[in-house]
Design a protein around this ligand. Structure first.
Ligand SMILES: C[S@@+](CC[C@H](N)C(=O)[O-])C[C@H]1O[C@@H](n2cnc3c(N)ncnc32)[C@H](O)[C@@H]1O
Length: 254
């Protein structure tokens, strides 16, 4: 093993744990988790990944379910600074990739302002993991020339997005945190020009044995979600690529 990645005292490693399947962790992430003095982790970090931590490592659960923020963001920022100042090597472990809807940037800004050294290890983001395990490519020459990741998180009951851009044909749009706003998302995409028959899917628990993929259309997706009782964590994916799921599915039980 190379030694260049050995955690140094007083440093924070911001690490993406991937979307759920622990085998999607990078080699670098696995090595750092196994060596760190302290690991601060979120709720979407896949089962089994924390087993890699040293038996004597400090493990701190920082939470972050949609409506149940166990530690406020400012407390997490402060905690990382305090642990590093204690002289510990600290891993800050987040689901997916830390720079995609992960607030990783905010945490690093606090570390930088406090003079704490840090490094970043990317992870497989939920969109890439769900696309791979639900068996639809996010881009495809016959379907989508681009892919856009957006947050569907409701603010004051609405989703404030650039709907005319998102409703353009020939692309795939992936909504993170959009399950609670599925009605609004589908309605806006149709109002801004996409046909109600446009394929749309939900992937829940992507890359895990409990993964569920539900393929519908913009017109039918909200009702299908309500009927199936699907809850987070889930992505909404809009675009004709999702129709490839039925032909390419290799992962989910048939
Ligand atoms: C706060 S965001 C974090 C995203 C993460 N940083 C990433 O790169 O995947 C949490 C949202 O990511 C999506 N998500 C994360 N893991 C997922 C999974 N295994 N299956 C489906 N969606 C997932 C859901 O939309 C969830 O509400």
């Amino acid at each position: 093993m190379e030694t260049q990645y050995t955690p140094r005292a007083g440093t924070v490693w911001l690490i993406g744990a991937g979307p759920g399947d622990p085998e999607l962790l990078t080699v670098k992430a696995a090595r750092l988790i196994a060596q760190a003095d302290a690991v601060v982790f979120d709720h979407l970090v896949g089962n089994g990944i924390m087993d890699l931590a040293r038996a004597d490592a400090r493990r701190i659960y920082a939470g972050k379910e949609a409506s149940n923020h166990t530690l406020p963001q400012e407390s997490i920022n402060r905690l990382l600074v305090d642990l590093a100042r204690e002289g510990l090597s600290v891993v800050r472990l987040k689901g997916g990739d830390p720079f995609i809807f992960g607030r990783g940037g905010e945490e690093l800004e606090t570390l930088a302002a406090s003079g704490i050294p840090f490094e970043v290890v990317p992870g497989v983001t939920a969109a890439a993991g769900c696309a791979a395990y639900s068996a639809f490519p996010l881009t495809h020459r016959d379907h989508a020339q681009s892919v856009t990741f957006v947050t569907g998180h409701l603010k004051d009951g609405t989703v404030n997005l650039d709907w005319p851009a998102l409703a353009r044909p020939g692309q795939t749009v992936v909504f993170y945190m959009g399950i609670g706003a599925a009605d609004e998302i589908c309605r806006q995409m149709i109002e801004h020009g996409l046909p109600a028959q446009t394929p749309a899917a939900v992937v829940r628990n992507g890359t895990l044995p409990t993964q569920q993929t539900l393929v519908a259309t913009l017109g039918t997706l909200p009702q299908r979600i309500a009927e199936s009782g699907i809850t987070p964590p889930a992505l909404i994916v809009v675009g004709s690529v999702v129709n490839l799921h039925s032909r390419l599915n290799w992962f989910e039980q048939k």
